[in-house]
Design a binder for this molecule. Sequence first.
Ligand code: ZN
Length: 249
Amino acid sequence: MSRPSPRTDLAHEALKQAILEQALEPGTKLPEDEIGAHFGMSRTLVRAVLAKLQAEGLVDARPKRTATVAQPTLAEAREVFEVRRALEIEIVRLVIKRWKPAFGAELEGMLREEEAARRRGEPKVAGRLAGEFHIRLAQLTGNRLIARYMEELVTRCSLILAVFGQPHGADAGHDEHSELVAALRAGDADAAIAIMDHHMGVVEKRALAEETPAESAALGDVLARYAGAIGARDAAVPLVAAQKRGRAK
Ligand SMILES: [Zn+2]
């Protein structure tokens, strides 16, 4: 394995965000030489970045072929949601067993942040925070494997929402998140499971509701835009770096 460097982290993060926000539409070719030239990275390092994105379900990479942005089919999307729903319900079961009041305070803090982003008119940020709410819930089970799988499932679901979902439809189940935390706080396992099951049904329905066409853009332009934005953001907002560290645990 190649040693991770700030450059590969930047390339990974820029490509991931560009894919999830559909600046790079499914099927777009991702030539190693062009990405390497853009980030000043060797092909070996570019390949490592593409392999990581492939493991996250965002890129299709096959030997001797140019990697492309993954193009989930409707059948694959349904499979992802089936697995996620089953795991989310198990997560609720496990979290309620080891519940502490501090969990409630933390989750409510995340919901306030998400609501603030929505009020500021930043649906993409709100959608990302909604995904982080689910990842944090998975971490609270204390099972690291479940947390890792959920991180992957949330990323895959974000791509599916971007490809098939309604515009700005990334999660948007804020009220259900609040209801869930209330049920967890009350120690009501049946209610919490029912809310999560219903919530996953709503998210899935929204995700697979319609196909939205995307506009193509040149790979170099998109990379410049995303890498620039991430560079500026990480330099200016230490909070984001702190969140990323938290997520990486
Ligand atoms: Zn949700």
